[in-house]
Ligand binder design. Structure first.
Ligand SMILES: [Zn+2]
Length: 150
């Protein structure tokens, strides 16, 4: 079984932390708004602060989720790097975990065999173009990217 690297674990927890921080920042806008309801002193400054915090919160949430995603699936698996082979490798522990959990649950309910769930899907074989390196579908005669013979 492929081990998830320490870097990816760190990225996962770091991303979760950042996303959580962003969420709290975003929610704090509504809390402050509710607390200051009816208080129109420094109204413009308040609105500006709300806007900044809401925006900052959303940015943090977005960035945090992205980092978390990379941590969970690896660089290639999350689509940061375009490398199908590395993607499959990176996603292995992830899909293994998910698939294993599902088949475990189904086994307990004695439904797994009945539904045929838990069986591994057929491996997708890709043909790499000799000219440009594009990964074409199995059985393709010509490259989908540059048109040369595969
Ligand atoms: Zn090609």
């Amino acid at each position: 079984m492929t081990q998830i690297s320490t870097e990816r674990k760190t990225a996962y927890y770091l991303g979760t932390g950042i996303a959580l921080l962003g969420l709290l920042l975003f929610l704090s806008v509504f809390v402050t708004a509710a607390l200051n309801f009816g208080n129109f002193d420094h109204f413009e400054a308040q609105v500006r602060s709300f806007g900044l915090r809401a925006f900052g919160g959303i940015v943090l949430l977005f960035v945090g989720s992205a980092i978390r995603n990379v941590g969970a699936r690896g660089l290639a698996g999350s689509g940061v790097l375009l490398d199908p082979e590395q993607a499959r490798e990176d996603l292995k522990p992830f899909s293994h975990m998910t698939g294993g959990m599902i088949s475990d649950t189904l086994d307990k309910a004695n439904l797994g065999k009945h539904l045929g769930v838990g069986a591994r899907p057929d491996r997708v074989v890709m043909l790499k173009c000799r000219e440009c390196g594009f990964h074409n579908e199995e059985n393709s005669k010509f490259c989908q990217e540059c048109g040369s013979e595969v």
